[in-house]
Design a protein around this ligand. Structure first.
Ligand SMILES: Nc1ncnc2c1ncn2[C@@H]1O[C@H](COP(=O)(O)OP(=O)(O)OP(=O)(O)O)[C@@H](O)[C@H]1O
Ligand SMILES: O=P(O)(O)OC[C@H]1O[C@H](OP(=O)(O)OP(=O)(O)O)[C@H](O)[C@@H]1O
Length: 208
């Protein structure tokens, strides 16, 4: 039996669809329930930022989470497979028409991804003030809370509708299957079995 941590929302939905394709069964959480028990798997529904924590502490053997969140958290888990879903960019956004000028002093950056942002600017020897937000990041430059944001961009619609535009891409992210290091050894057959089955689904999709 493998315990699988899934983040509430789009990634859980897409991952359960993969399991349905593999096993020809229905995998659905009841209403407000956070655990889904099946003969082979126990699925846990957790917050996006908590997936790697569950896996790192072996409360879950495997999990599914965005590369952006993994990089942000830096927890020591095994990155098994790129599921080629949830493809998006982490990018710097500013108000339309504004230019990114890293020589400006005291730049303020609003973001959920404090560590990725800190690393990015440190590597460029630019000192910035990072303002941690938990959502609606695009609002920050509009009301003068920050000069720019670091956030996820997929279609660009959220930035556009809020009068922002991407001035710099920072990284590409997609959804990853991850595993706990001990589980990867102790439950190797089970972990590799599901890895291979998921990989088959992904490879078949790529061929289409
Ligand atoms: N617009 C998007 N397109 C594609 N992938 C996205 C998009 N937004 C987020 N993602 C991916 O899905 C993951 C989860 O995003 P989501 O917005 O559900 O989480 P969150 O805001 O961190 O979670 P919570 O709502 O629990 O705080 C992100 O880390 C990213 O990898
Ligand atoms: O480029 P786009 O296609 O517009 O996608 C980008 C938006 O998607 C994500 O938000 P999400 O919909 O997950 O909402 P939340 O993070 O604010 O909950 C992200 O935080 C951006 O706001």
């Amino acid at each position: 039996m493998l315990t699988v941590a899934l983040p509430k929302g789009r990634i859980a939905k897409e991952t359960l669809e993969i399991f349905e394709t593999i096993f020809g069964d229905t995998f659905k959480f009841d209403d407000r329930k956070l655990i889904l028990e099946t003969p082979k798997f126990r699925f846990l529904l957790v917050r996006n930022q908590d997936v790697a924590t569950y896996v790192y502490h072996q409360a879950a053997d495997i999990g599914v989470v965005g590369l952006d969140t993994l990089d942000e958290q830096g927890l020591d888990v095994v990155r098994l497979l790129d599921l080629r879903r949830g493809v998006c960019k982490v990018a710097i956004g500013m108000r339309k028409g504004e230019k990114l000028d890293l020589s400006k002093p005291e730049l303020k950056v609003a973001t959920k991804m404090v560590n990725i942002t800190k690393r990015y600017f440190e590597e460029r020897a630019v000192s910035v003030e990072i303002i941690k937000l938990y959502g609606s990041i695009e609002l920050a430059p509009l009301i003068g809370l920050a000069d720019m944001i670091v956030d996820i961009v997929e279609t660009g619609a959220t930035m556009k509708q809020n009068g922002l535009e991407v001035v710099q891409d920072m990284m590409t992210s997609s959804t990853y299957l991850i595993a706990n290091k001990n589980s990867y050894i102790a439950k190797k057959d089970e972990v590799l079995d599901i890895y291979e089955k998921i990989n088959e689904v992904i490879k078949a999709e790529q061929k289409k």
